[in-house]
Design a binder for this molecule. Structure first.
Ligand code: MV4
Length: 455
């Protein structure tokens, strides 16, 4: 087992990883920026080092400083969390070169999935369904041929993109050339790689993702799916497991496809295969996230597997503690992301001091957060200040428990997304389970209609 683990992250995920290390008896080293001196991860870690000023580029993204800190502090492993350096293959390589275990997949696996056109090719070879699409586009003619073959609408994507960045929908021939040029220019500008590819565009699909874990002996298991369709501008707001749209047969097939995808690239560690589910129940691989994700908790709640613990164990060379047959999904879990944002003002970030704080509690309720009464949210990082996760025997119980827990949750002094989540979990369409990635847009349209009727 590791002697000492450095956590190259902040916020709730740093706290989550430190807790897992403490349970395993592993000393931890927190790093923090000048803006995070009062964060909970600094208090919970065995040791903590300030590594620079507030801006991420000078602190949580500063590879030389982080690696030097790890070596000075006697760490033999680094956990990257999510965001920041978690999907940077060169960071994994640098860790390797210094004899530090990067708690995640190899740089090689990361690169195979980081390039989306390569990932598509790998999936096709391994019998994982992908949408009709192209390789890297070399000419307008080639793109036009595909558009006519597949039929409009199509979507153009940067091969170095992902998570919704660098995409353009095209609905007819007239829009094709300008969109191709713009997409290539944006890809170059944002990712330093102008390559783009095209896919048939699915209107308002559901976003379903499958959690996998692999060890260094070639064993890979899946822990079922999460439904992440409730999102706004590619920011997830609420996630749940299992998906109300997936039956047992589809779960097995999608799970097996995710395991094939992971095995195809010798995947080691925790990862997620993202799929889109269309209106007639067909599903397609989109991309793989090669890190622990924010929403891993809903899977933990229904699988009883401590995913972060398992991630650390497999990174240290242990075999998976579970076989696929050991995995038994039970009940339903919902997670609400609590953000310091004003839902009435276009989700504008609202950093500031939390002057009152009382988290909900009781059976089936979990709060993962780094904040407390008196804590000041710095303006430099993302606005998520915690996650509220509720488990129930079934979806209705989980949803009702969530509603009560949201009402119990007190965070005063700043605006948060708590009141917004209360409305969502009480919404009739949400209750029915029949929603897709167009839900939030549609919800605002319905709210406006109600307001207009009142007048
Ligand atoms: C798509 C799509 C429709 N058709 N690809 C956005 C995130 C990235 N992983 C893939 N994304 C999409 N790709 C095809 N061929 C629609 C989206 C998409 C979306 C996907 C998941 C969740 C929310 C979304 C919101 C808008 C668009």
């Amino acid at each position: 087992m590791f002697k000492r683990v450095l956590i190259a992250n902040r916020g709730e995920i740093a706290v989550r990883v430190i807790r897992a290390c403490r349970e395993l008896g592993i000393p931890t080293v927190a790093i923090y920026s000048e803006a995070d001196a009062n964060s909970l991860h600094v208090r919970l870690a065995t040791d903590a080092f300030c590594i620079g000023p507030a801006p991420s580029l000078n602190s949580y993204l500063n590879i030389p400083t982080i690696v030097a800190t790890a070596l000075t502090a006697g760490c033999d492993a680094i956990h990257p969390g999510y965001g920041f350096l978690s999907e940077r293959a060169e960071f994994a390589e640098i860790c390797d070169m210094h004899g530090i275990k990067f708690i995640g997949p190899s740089a090689k696996s990361m690169r195979k999935m980081g390039d989306k056109a390569t990932a598509r090719k790998t999936m096709i070879k391994n019998n994982v369904p992908v949408t009709p699409g192209t390789g890297i586009i070399k000419s307008l003619d080639e793109l036009k041929n595909f558009a006519h073959e597949a039929g409009y609408p199509i979507i153009l994507k940067a091969t170095a993109g992902g998570g919704g960045k660098g995409m353009r929908v095209v609905r007819n021939d007239d829009e094709l050339e300008t969109n191709m040029t713009l997409c290539q220019q944006e890809a170059e500008k944002f990712f330093g790689n102008p390559n783009i590819y095209a896919e048939k565009f699915l209107e308002n699909p559901r976003h379903i993702e499958v959690q996998i874990i692999g060890d260094s002996y070639g064993n890979v298991i899946h822990l079922g799916e999460r439904d992440c369709s409730i999102q706004r501008r590619h920011q997830k707001l609420l996630e749940e497991a299992p998906s109300p749209a997936i039956d047992e047969k589809t779960r097995q097939e999608m799970g097996a496809a995710a395991v094939r995808a992971a095995k195809a690239i010798n995947y080691e560690g925790v990862g997620t295969c993202e799929f889109l589910l269309d209106h007639d129940g067909k599903w397609y691989f989109m991309e793989m996230n090669t890190r622990i994700q924010v929403e891993h908790c809903v899977t933990e709640m229904i699988s009883q597997v401590d995913i972060v613990r398992e991630q650390i164990l497999v990174a240290s060379g242990e075999k998976l503690s579970h076989t696929q047959d050991d995995i038994c999904l039970k009940g339903h879990a919902i997670e609400c992301r609590i953000n310091a944002e004003d839902p009435d003002n276009d989700f504008m970030p609202c950093p500031g001091k939390i002057d009152g704080y009382l988290a909900p509690g009781g059976f089936g309720i979990r709060v993962d957060s780094h904040v407390y009464a008196g804590y000041t949210i710095p303006p430099y990082y993302d606005s998520m200040i915690g996650k509220l996760i509720c488990w129930g025997e079934n979806r209705k119980q989980a949803r009702r428990r969530m509603y009560q827990a949201l009402k119990e949750y007190v965070i005063s002094g700043i605006k948060t997304t708590i009141p917004f989540h209360q409305q969502i979990v009480e919404d009739e369409v949400f209750k029915s389970g029949e929603f897709n990635t167009g839900f939030i847009e549609d919800w605002y349209r319905r709210q406006n209609e109600l307001k207009t009727k009142e007048e």
